[in-house]
Design a protein around this ligand. Structure first.
Ligand SMILES: NC(=O)c1ccc[n+]([C@@H]2O[C@H](COP(=O)([O-])OP(=O)(O)OC[C@H]3O[C@@H](n4cnc5c(N)ncnc54)[C@H](O)[C@@H]3O)[C@@H](O)[C@H]2O)c1
Length: 312
């Protein structure tokens, strides 16, 4: 009998719980939800709750809550949310020193227990955390990616649909760059059913939405006192699903660049082809002079973060 795929979720907090629910609901495979020993009860409780949802709704997936890394052995996909989320007034960058230590420990365990897995990092500050994950595991860049562009693009799509009064299904947006205030919503590749948004919405409205997208994470932190979790989980599940089902979807992800877009040794948000090999290709698109200079500023901010991380 063919074996089910195994999806390991490191961190059983808000995003981890939602990831487990989505992975089970989509029957992507069996799920292991891991947290620190102090939170093992939470991981086990969420796992049971989700298993009982599967019984109600008719989904085949085993969900195991644990604090033991041996349980993730042989995982096909590992999604990492371990760390602390942003609190009001805290920037993603403030999280750097706390979450860096956590990611280093997690990366060692992933390397030892799931050496063939595709790793998707969500923990913030994203671009530095995913860089560290690649550095410590030594995995090829095709198998270590960060989730941010999917979420940032979805936020932009959501605001555009609302402003234009159209179904969100017809809006396609592309957001590049680092996952922070310097991200680059690309108007030239953002369309409503193929029509460039600049033809459908006035400039001032578009500028307001670009600004809202850049602050989209902070807006939710201000409202809830913690960071978003439904949409971040959906973004990572789209990536995992494209890998597990070899869909070859084009998704904006934090990817390790080796010369693409003129950058090297840096994780930054770019469109990639996500298939059975993980990142099969970085898709390079022409950018306007303004977009290029915004990407440059974003890359500089990411570099600064990675340099700060290398000193910690
Ligand atoms: N990339 C993005 O777009 C994006 C969006 C939203 C949130 N985030 C980030 O995702 C991360 C998780 O957010 P959340 O809302 O789920 O937070 P959360 O606090 O609800 O969950 C984090 C979990 O990680 C666990 N953890 C801490 N250290 C660990 C370790 N060493 N091993 C295993 N687990 C450990 C904690 O016990 C906690 O249960 C945060 O860093 C947040 O800033 C990223």
């Amino acid at each position: 009998m063919p074996k089910r795929k195994k999806i390991a979720l490191i961190g059983a907090g808000n995003i981890g719980g939602e990831l487990a629910m989505l992975a089970a609901r989509r029957e992507l495979g069996d799920v292991v939800l891991l947290d620190i020993p102090d939170k093992e009860g939470v991981a086990k409780g969420k796992a049971l709750d989700i298993m009982q949802t599967c019984a109600l709704d008719g989904y085949d997936a085993n969900v195991l809550g644990t604090s033991k890394y041996e349980d993730i052995r042989g995982a096909d996909v590992v999604i990492v949310t371990a760390g602390v989320p942003r609190k009001p007034g805290m920037s993603r960058d403030d999280l750097l020193s706390i979450n860096l230590k956590i990611i280093r420990g997690v990366a060692e365990q992933v390397k030892g227990n799931a050496p063939n897995a595709l790793v998707i990092v969500i923990s913030n500050p994203l671009d530095a955390m995913v860089y560290e994950m690649k550095k410590v595991t030594g995995f090829p860049r095709a198998r270590v990616l960060g989730m941010a562009g999917a979420l940032d693009s979805a936020r932009f799509q959501c605001f555009l649909a609302e402003a234009a009064g159209v179904s969100v299904k017809d809006v396609n947006a592309l957001v590049l760059g680092g996952h922070g205030d310097t991200m680059v919503p690309c108007l030239s590749y953002t369309t409503i059913k193929g029509v460039p948004v600049a033809k459908l919405l006035p400039k001032d409205k578009l500028e307001a939405m670009v600004k809202r997208t850049r602050g989209g994470g902070g807006e939710i932190v201000q409202l809830m006192g913690t960071s978003a979790y439904y949409a971040p989980a959906s973004g990572a599940i789209a990536m995992a699903e494209s890998y597990l089902k070899a869909q070859r979807r084009m998704i904006a992800c934090a990817a390790y660049l080796e010369g693409e877009y003129g950058y090297k040794d840096l994780y930054i948000g770019v469109p990639i082809l996500f298939g059975a090999e993980g990142m099969e290709k970085v898709v390079e698109v022409d950018l306007s002079a303004e977009e290029k200079s915004m990407l440059e500023a974003s890359a500089a901010a990411v570099r600064e973060l990675i340099e700060a991380a290398s000193k910690l």
